[in-house]
Ligand binder design. Sequence first.
Ligand code: BTN
Length: 270
Amino acid sequence: MLKEDTLRRGLKTRTLGGKIYTFEVIDSTNNCARALASCWAPEGTVVIAEQQTAGKGRLGRTWQANPNENLTLSVILRPGNAPGSVNLLPLLVSVAVSEAVQSLTGITPECKWPNDLLIGGKKVAGILLEGSLKKEELEFVVVGIGINVNQTAFSPEIQNLATSLKLATGTDVNREELFKLILERLEAHYVSLKPGGFEPVLSLWQSRSTMAGKRVSVKSNGSVLTGTVKGLSPEGGLVLRSNGTEHTLLAGDVTVLGIDPDSPSHAPRH
Ligand code: BTN
């Protein structure tokens, strides 16, 4: 069982993890963190649970994770009216989690827009941001992070789509160390937002993604758009070229179809 003292020991952050609430079982750490944030829990408050009975994924999906093997946590942020936070924060969180995994295991999970991390094309982590607006200002954002750490068997519906750090490395991965590294990388990028804006995060995200040049189909608002990924827009949207027209999507569910042979980044070099 994850314990507050071992999660906190040696944690090198100023704000994130100032308060850490640990649960054996909870419905969803995001639900709990939202309730705490509405009652003025300070920025950086973390909720972490061994087991979620109603873990939430994006687009109304569920998040399944075996107890005692994974990390399921939520962090409260209060970015105020930082422009573009809603679309750009998921990219920042993806970069932070990818860096944390890389520094602990040597494996660099790939960023898949908008907020998945993949190893060998399979999902190893998912991120769910839930915000609350008050008078057109972001009152708070709850950053929910689920990582498949030491789980090696998945339910039939996801077994071909999911992987874990243990499956990728062949060894058990220390969850407490990974937790600390995630908070440290998240804080480092978050505090540099005001001086540097999101531009550095966008570049880091693109350097950890192989989506550019791929043919994808994106389900968004009930319609499907197929095209070639050109990159990210300044506000964190996915830029697609489809039938000669560029589109910027701010939300959606992406299926990678393959490499576009006509894309300049994949065309044969002479
Ligand atoms: C996704 O890939 O669809 C997002 C998954 C997010 C899962 C995490 S687990 C911790 C936090 N609490 C939740 O209920 N969901 C997020």
